[in-house]
Design a binder for this molecule. Structure first.
Ligand code: FDA
Length: 397
């Protein structure tokens, strides 16, 4: 299709990421005349880098309780209208081989580019035009229609779908376009913040845990009332790994996180039992069965020099257990949008219909994907939200 936009489109989608392309496919299937505008030189850039290049494209256990939002019920309708099983069927219909890595997380056996190719082919099959290198500058309402400015062109459309993502990874072009459009139409935002992001140590912990970069542990991690059982990784600046990424979406500046480094062990009872059976045993030796040896003295602190188990009082055993099972850390921040996999917050769900993703105050204007205040846990949930919300808007736009 010529890139001179003299005709009126039925649907213009801004952003050719996961949500935008899924929406395009569905609107195109309905016979709508669809154009997708993409600022970057190619489509689906985040899909291509996701899951270490293999794209964790959904999760077998996707369910509303795996998503954060100011309204935790909002995602239910879209997730029901287009489920993980629907997306898996699509992947299978395109003969893309996949596997479960862990915890229901599904990855391509080959490459993430198989997913972008699948979406591009499906768009082509239903005559959806995709213009790359075509960043939208503004969206305005003109009578019953919308006008979108792209450089010196103005594109006219009956419906417009904002699928331009959130703020994570600015060096890939992430920007606040969706929030600016929301503001122009007087729609509220849930304050955006980085999610699924490494956290950084304050000076005291930086000194305490110096030299541990690269050490990992299987932990139970808690913040407020939420907890996750996953792997934690020490970095040069703080903490990362799936456990930290997961809890980071629930953490706010000033709050502490609590880490249990021995989640499978009732350490206090275990040590009391050892005191009886092996009074000569040394605490460091006992713990080295469970934890990286570099980590043990850092967690024990001065308790590292306690005498053999036989001489430990109940009180000392209690302190040892607490030093490993209730480690309190108060991060002084996160690595920010530079490293965040997602943006928590976004266009407020109060402003949108959960059934269609259309703005209640601005008929014909839709928001989908990461631009909206719905954020999934780590593990393929964010793509599932992109597919589900994109599918839904594609039925109505
Ligand atoms: P997305 O950001 O993908 O797409 C928005 C598009 O809009 C972009 O192509 C952008 O260029 C374009 N755009 C922006 N402004 C524009 C404008 N003004 N005009 C035109 N185009 C514009 N999730 C998951 O479920 N499994 C995983 O394995 C991973 N892995 C992962 C790794 C890394 C490193 C990151 C950063 C993120 C993930 N994620 C993930 C999260 C996942 O990538 C994210 O949730 C989805 O890509 C969101 O899809 P959207 O389509 O909403 O936005």
């Amino acid at each position: 299709m010529s890139r001179t936009a003299s005709q009126v489109f039925d649907v213009v989608i801004i952003g050719a990421g996961a949500a935008g392309m899924m929406c395009g496919i569905e609107a195109g299937r309905r016979g709508r005349r669809v154009l997708i505008l993409e600022k970057a030189r190619k489509t689906g850039q985040k899909i291509l880098i996701s899951g270490g290049g293999r794209c964790n494209f959904t999760n077998m256990f996707a369910a509303p309780d795996r998503f954060l939002s100011q309204n935790r019920h909002f995602c239910k309708s879209a997730l029901r209208q287009f489920t993980q099983t629907d997306f898996i069927r699509m992947v299978e219909a395109h003969s893309i081989a996949y596997h479960e890595k862990k915890l229901g997380q599904l990855f391509c056996d080959g490459s993430a580019s198989q997913i972008t190719e699948m979406l591009e082919t499906a768009c082509e099959d239903v005559n959806v035009a995709i213009w790359c290198d075509a960043g939208a500058d503004k969206v305005k309402k003109k009578g019953e229609l919308f006008e979108i400015s792209v450089g010196n062109q103005v594109i006219t459309t009956r419906s417009v779908v904002i699928a331009s993502g959130g703020l994570s990874i600015p060096k890939m072009g992430a920007n606040d376009f969706a929030y600016r459009v929301a503001a122009a139409f007087d729609l509220e935002l849930a304050t955006p913040r980085p999610g699924l992001v490494p956290l950084t140590f304050e000076m005291k912990d930086m000194k305490r845990f110096a030299d541990l970069a690269g050490v990992s542990a299987d932990v139970d991690i808690r913040c407020n009332k939420t907890h996750f059982r996953e792997n934690l990784l020490f970095t040069h600046r703080g903490l990362s790994g799936p456990a930290i990424l997961q809890i980071s979406s629930f953490w706010q500046l000033g709050q502490s996180i609590f880490i249990d480094f021995l989640p499978d062990l009732d350490l206090e009872s275990h040590l009391k039992e050892l005191r009886r059976r092996q009074p000569k045993a040394q605490i460091v030796k006992i713990l080295s069965e469970y934890l990286a040896s570099r980590l043990i003295p850092k967690l024990l602190g001065t308790l590292v020099s306690v005498p053999e188990m036989g001489n430990c009082s109940d009180q000392v055993i209690g302190k040892i257990a607490a030093s490993l099972k209730q480690v309190e850390i108060t991060p002084n921040g996160s690595e920010g949008y530079r490293k965040a996999e997602v943006t928590v917050g976004g266009v407020s769900t109060n402003e949108l219909s959960s059934k269609t993703m259309e703005a209640k105050k601005a008929p014909g204007l839709y928001f989908i994907g990461e631009a909206v205040d719905v954020t999934g846990f780590l593990g393929g949930y964010n793509f599932q939200w992109a597919w589900s919300s994109g599918y839904v808007a594609g039925q109505y736009a």
